[in-house]
Structure formats: structure tokens, C-alpha cells
Design a protein around this ligand. Structure first.
Ligand code: NAD
Ligand code: SST
Length: 379
């Protein structure tokens, strides 16, 4: 008998497993998906530790997880694009499709979005999940289900890089070398950026970034934002500054330095989520005529492009996975992510078998140094 065991956050630092009823198809366009793999996102860890992100507060027990891939096990009567047995990447947020943002093509900004593991909605660390078929993306034969679980953070990066309007030949600085920052660097390269500078406060993360998509790295210093920006521009040989600066850290010092790194007339994109209010070098923004944009989740075409980038070999998501653990070890996996020991861990669905091997090869000494320096990078 297939299990619908679910990993539930009851309150901060209090999780449990619960067998829940297998969900039923609600609409003719829905499909039922057996979850194969789910990645742990910083936001899941943040809810687990603190019970809230900004105004999203966990008030009732909530199933965690939203970075999933699965296999279609049942299709509604109106579904034409998917069949039983199809392997899919799951887009985990469902907009109303009727409001002004939805109708203008910006469904990620829908105020009535139902998003997995954003309270009050349950997430995907469970056995089975129902979703509208057009939010389930069939994986090409050369993309595995484990890679499929990484499509969600890759779609976040695709949206950020699209917001930055990265052009061939441009220089792109990415603040923060966590999974989102690393993927932003990889997508920027795929969009034709010739210089990608990864910035972090943890040398081990920069070492990884250098072997991944970054052409240059910069270890952020404990100096003023202006001086940090000046040193970064000089070390990475950016001349008058970077064409594009992306924040994928959510950290105040990184956001402040960014405005001193971007060139005159360049573009800054806020992808990281940190404190709600951070002081911002507004004069630099004004005097340089910087274009500043936000980026929230993903929208039209982002999942499709993310899958195409993986299928075409332009973005390697497998390289970010440190290990796959069985469902029963979900809490242990959350602890490893919280401790900063890994880039990305996948949790196998409760009906999936794995050996639980895990490579925590990110330099632990350097990560400890970073923690001592006050980094969490987490929203
Ligand atoms: N915009 C969106 O829709 C969206 C979606 C998912 C995640 N996020 C946010 O994006 C950010 C990155 O996500 P992630 O999963 O990679 O998180 P992460 O915590 O793994 O990575 C953040 C990185 O920033 C680094 N950092 C911290 N302070 C820094 C500083 N002063 N300068 C440079 N680097 C610094 C950390 O060491 C860490 O490596 C988070 O803030 C997350 O909340 C945004
Ligand atoms: O990738 C999606 C993000 O993790 C979520 O939007 C989260 O940060 C808020 O619920």
C-alpha cells in the first residue's frame, strides 16, 4: 500500500511524521503525482527554525517542502498533456488566474497565490500531491527526477536573470553563493555573460562557485560598503563597475555594497530575501541612474526554460546535490542544511528507496568561521 506519510512542522523546531489521506483530484484538469524527490530550501529551514518569514506565519501544523519532482499516477478527465507514468517537475504555486497581475502575465504576483509550504498551505514533503496539469512540466528523457527537483530553485534563478536583462558579453556580479546565487551565475553564463563574479563571506562557497559557473570570486570584507565595492571592482577587474549586480544573499552589507559595484546606467536586481527594511545607498542609485528591479519566485516560461537549460547541458544542477536521504531522515537533512554543511540535499519521497549516502564535502571549518561572522544568508 503506497504511503502518504508527510513531514509536518508543528511549531518552531518541532516536526513529526503523519500518515495523511491520499489527496483526491478536485478538478478535471488536475493530476495526482507521486512525489519522488524534494529539495530543502532555505525558506523551509527558516519556517522550521522560526515559524515565520515576514508576514507568512505558521499558525497551524504545516507540511514542509516545495522543490519537488514526481511521477503522474492519475489524470483528470480534461487533461490532454500528461499521462500516467510521466515524470514531471512540479511548479508549487497556484495563482487565481483571474486578477490583474495574473491576466497581465505576471501570475507570480497574484495576491491569492496558493504556494506549497508558505502558510497556511501544506507543502510537498508527502507521498502524493494534486496539481493543475499545466503546472506540471514533463521532464525530457535526459533529465532525471533528481534534477527535476532542482528545477524550482533554477526557475527562481531564471526569473532573476531575466529581470536583470543579462545580455551576451556582459559582466554580472552575484552576491551570495548559496544554491540560488550559484544558479544565477550559471544562468547568466547561459545567457552569454562573459564575466560572472561570485561573492560570499565563506571562502569554501567561493571555491565551489569558481569550479561551477563563476569566472571570478570575491570574499566580502568587514569594511564599509563603499570600500567593499571598490575592492570588489578592482579585484575582479570590472573597470567602471559591473553591468549587472544581483543580490542572492538577502544580507544588508551585500545589498549596500551592490550599489557601489554596479556601473553607471547598470542594473541591480533584488533576489535575496532578508530583513524587510535595509538601508540602501539611494544617492548611488540616483547618480548612476541604476535600474533596480525586484524578483519574486517565477512566472510565465521560467520553468520551461529552466528544464531546457538542464536538458541542453547549459546548467548543471546535479553538481549542487550533496546527497539523497530517505524520507525517514528528513529532520536530519534539515539539520545539515541549517548547519550550512551542504549545498542541496534531496529527500526521497516516502515511497522511494535510497541508501541515504551523503557527501558533506563543503569545507566545515570555513563554514564555522562564517557562522561566527554572523552569516545565515537565510530569509
Ligand atoms: N526572490 C525569490 O523568489 C526567492 C526565492 C528563493 C529564495 N530566495 C532568497 O534568495 C536568497 C538565496 O537563497 P539560497 O537558497 O541560495 O540561500 P543561502 O542562505 O543558501 O545563500 C545565501 C548566501 O549568501 C551568503 N552571504 C551572507 N551574507 C553575505 C554578504 N554580506 N555578502 C555576500 N554573501 C553573503 C551566505 O554565506 C550564503 O552562501 C535567500 O535570501 C532566499 O531567501 C528568494
Ligand atoms: O522559491 C520559493 C521561495 O522559497 C518562497 O517564495 C519562499 O521564500 C516564501 O514562501
Amino acid at each position: 500500500m503506497a504511503s502518504n506519510l508527510s513531514f509536518i512542522l508543528n511549531k518552531p523546531n518541532d516536526v513529526s511524521f503523519e500518515e495523511r489521506p491520499v489527496p483526491k483530484l478536485q478538478h478535471a484538469h488536475d493530476v495526482l503525482v507521486a512525489i519522488n524527490y524534494t529539495g530543502i530550501c532555505g525558506s523551509d529551514v527558516h519556517y522550521w527554525q522560526h515559524g515565520a518569514i515576514g508576514h507568512f506565519v505558521v499558525k497551524d501544523p504545516m507540511v514542509l517542502g516545495h522543490e519537488s519532482a514526481g511521477t503522474v499516477v492519475e489524470v483528470g478527465s480534461a487533461v490532454k498533456t500528461l499521462r500516467k507514468g510521466d515524470r514531471i517537475a512540479l511548479e508549487p504555486g497556484y495563482p487565481c488566474r483571474r486578477c490583474a497581475p495574473c491576466l497581465s502575465g505576471h501570475y507570480n504576483l497574484c495576491p491569492d497565490m496558493v504556494f506549497a509550504a508558505t502558510p497556511p498551505y501544506h507543502g510537498t514533503l508527502t507521498g502524493f500531491w494534486t496539481a493543475p496539469s499545466d503546472f506540471c512540466y514533463k521532464l525530457p528523457d535526459n533529465v532525471s527526477l533528481q534534477e527535476g527537483a532542482l528545477i524550482e530553485p533554477l526557475a527562481v534563478a531564471v526569473h532573476i536573470v531575466k529581470q536583470a536583462r543579462v545580455q551576451p558579453g556582459q559582466s554580472v556580479v552575484v552576491m551570495g553563493a548559496g544554491p540560488v546565487g550559484l544558479l544565477c551565475g550559471a544562468v547568466a553564463r547561459a545567457f552569454g555573460a562573459t564575466k560572472v563574479v561570485a561573492v560570499d563571506i565563506v571562502q569554501g562557497k567561493l571555491d565551489f562557485a569558481r569550479g561551477y559557473a563563476a569566472t571570478h570570486t570575491y570574499l566580502s570584507q568587514r569594511v564599509s560598503a563603499e570600500e567593499n565595492g571598490r575592492r570588489l571592482v578592482a579585484e575582479a577587474d570590472l573597470g567602471g563597475g559591473a553591468d549587472v549586480v544581483i543580490d542572492a544573499s538577502g544580507a544588508g552589507p551585500s545589498i549596500q555594497a551592490s550599489l557601489h559595484v554596479v556601473r553607471m546606467g547598470g542594473t541591480y536586481v533584488q533576489g535575496g530575501m532578508g530583513k524587510a527594511d535595509i538601508s540602501f545607498p539611494i544617492m548611488a542609485l540616483c547618480l548612476k541612474e541604476v535600474t533596480a528591479r525586484g524578483s519574486f519566485r517565477y512566472g510565465s516560461g521560467d520553468y520551461k526554460l529552466a528544464i531546457e537549460l538542464v536538458a541542453a547541458g547549459k546548467v548543471d544542477v546535479k553538481a549542487l546535490v550533496n546527497g539523497v536521504v530517505p524520507f525517514k531522515d528528513a529532520e536530519e537533512a534539515f539539520k545539515k542544511v541549517k548547519e550550512g554543511q551542504v549545498i542541496k540535499i534531496l529527500i526521497a519521497g516516502p515511497n522511494e528507496k535510497v541508501d541515504g549516502a551523503m557527501d558533506t564535502s563543503v569545507d566545515e571549518k570555513k563554514l564555522k568561521e562564517a557562522k561566527a561572522a554572523g552569516s545565515t544568508g537565510c530569509c
